[in-house]
Design a protein around this ligand. Structure first.
Ligand code: CMP
Length: 146
């Protein structure tokens, strides 16, 4: 289906200057960029974003890493056919040890704690995350030429 997903280049991806590479891959695939912002997320935002992981041993470190401001996060909303599942495939497995070459994580990283990029894992997460990171008036409604 035509749908939207939330993709975020994490601070390590920004520090490694991979923002352009990531945008390029989604554009080249045929997806439409409808939201884009750079920010250092608040602790509250990061904790809500990762609420499902709050009992994990790495939760505190993950939130600290996302919010410490050494580098910002680039949040994006991409739209198109099956973009939620396809986006996850383009990202590769969460653990870079398991991500295939040709995927973003498979091509650019080695550590699960520094895996460059986040992508919504379901329709429900996409809705939750887009609402969390973007206001309605920050999303653009426009047509791709084809
Ligand atoms: P992400 O796709 O943003 O979803 C949850 C994040 O938690 C994940 O990518 C990793 O960055 C992080 N994460 C998952 N497992 C671990 C782990 N074992 N150690 C550190 N970070 C982890």
């Amino acid at each position: 289906p035509q749908e939207r997903t939330f993709i975020a280049v994490k601070p390590d991806g920004v520090q490694r200057a991979l923002v352009g590479e990531i945008i390029k891959r989604f554009e080249a695939r045929g997806y439409k960029l409808v939201g884009l912002k750079m920010l250092v997320p608040s602790k509250a935002l990061a904790e809500k974003h990762y609420a499902d992981l709050r009992t994990k041993p790495f939760f505190k470190g993950l939130v600290e890493y996302m919010t410490n401001g050494k580098a910002p996060v680039v949040g994006m909303v991409w739209e198109g056919q099956d973009v939620i599942r396809q986006g996850r495939r383009m990202l590769g497995a969460t653990n870079p040890l398991e991500s295939d070459a040709g995927t973003i994580r498979g091509d650019f990283c080695i550590s699960i704690g520094r895996n460059i990029i986040h992508g919504s894992d379901s329709y429900e997460s996409a809705l939750k995350e887009i609402t969390l990171w973007f206001n309605e008036n920050e999303l653009a409604d426009w047509q791709l030429a084809n």
